[in-house]
Design a binder for this molecule. Sequence first.
Ligand SMILES: NC(=O)c1ccc[n+]([C@@H]2O[C@H](COP(=O)([O-])OP(=O)(O)OC[C@H]3O[C@@H](n4cnc5c(N)ncnc54)[C@H](O)[C@@H]3O)[C@@H](O)[C@H]2O)c1
Length: 419
Amino acid sequence: MAGYRNVVIIGLGYVGLPLAQEAVRAGLHVTGLDVKRATVDGLNGGRTHVDDLTDADIAAMVAGGFRATTDVSACGDPDVIVICVPTPLSESDGPDLTAVRAATETAGKLLKAGTLVVLESTTYPGTTDEVIRPMLEKASGLTAGIGFHLAFSPERIDPGNPVYGFRNTPKIVGGVTAACTEAAAAFYAHTCDTVVRAKSAREAEMAKLLENTYRHVNIALVNEMAIFCHELGVDLWDAIRCAQTKPFGFQPFYPGPGVGGHCIPIDPNYLSYKVRTELSYPFRFVELAQEINTRMPGYVVDRAAELLNTDAKPLNGAKVLLLGVTYKQDVADQRESPARPIARKLLQRGAELSFHDPFVRSWQVDGRDIPRAAAPTAPADLTILLQAHGGYDLADIAAHAHLLFDTRGKSSGDRVSRL
Ligand SMILES: NC(=O)c1ccc[n+]([C@@H]2O[C@H](COP(=O)([O-])OP(=O)(O)OC[C@H]3O[C@@H](n4cnc5c(N)ncnc54)[C@H](O)[C@@H]3O)[C@@H](O)[C@H]2O)c1
């Protein structure tokens, strides 16, 4: 474990900041590099911009020596460089590696003999070896595994999870050589209780995509089942409750209005992209799951129209209140939230939309401001529960709603319909 002292983390978001926090706690000297001046100024001023860290956490990091900067020359002489920048989807549905390449160029400037470079950004198998390695070798004139170390270590942050954080979630590491794996394992032993060694960087990259594809496919399975269970008159949530009493071989997944967040709707595409472009055949499970999950917002809107119809009301002109517009329960993150396509479709069909979310003050859809209701029990022709935030009193909402469409299967009552 000896030898690591100065750490530079490139990209100070949902992934980079929890790592920086644990590294500071472990007594390492941590500098964070980001391209956004406002992010850097905020952090140095003790202000957070991610759900999982409070202002007090950031202030404690700063007191522990953490500094954020936009300036590469202020990064000192790092022993470890960790890349945590975004990998959004490109136009062709593959990963857009623009930020990863830019961060790798930056890492190349800081690289010296013996430095460990780790990529944490989610990407397709082969990226670390085929994209990062040649860039770093060219920039430094050194060879990976001999002159410097290079590894992939997938981030497993689960925003809002009160039990599993950075330290107690096992950390997978896979180097481009065995020596690189050991170097990365030695570094993460400072910050994580358990380090798991992959055979190489490719297996570490694949492990992350397997985890998220597994969730994506299983959510699609229950979403498709929810649609026909509704028609068959079967309560799928009750069936899941019963199935989960099996003490082995079953893990519950729940239907919902669509998948959101940065990982589940996006990461499996990296894998299907790799299979399609390199092997010329489709990854059918992912493509089917994608098709089912992306159709859920449309299904929610059709069901909303059907419900209003039972009340002799057209969707056109109906007052519809959306509850919970973030992608996940009890977080403020709205990335890829299915609430947005649902709102878009409702607006297109003439609904008079409002929203309520304890985590969101103002909400825009396609540049249009959606009015915020004063309370989740505000009057509407139809209330749609999209995210069952912990602060919501679901019984009170069900008692006050004229009609409640619960896409999370958590409410009951005469005027309540479930997905
Ligand atoms: N958010 C999650 O829950 C989560 C979980 C697992 C994996 N990941 C993966 O981790 C990676 C980072 O995701 P995130 O959620 O932390 O993103 P984020 O948007 O919260 O943060 C990324 C940060 O990187 C900065 N940045 C962009 N380009 C840069 C550059 N060239 N140099 C320096 N900084 C740069 C941005 O300004 C931003 O502050 C992605 O690949 C994502 O798929 C995210």
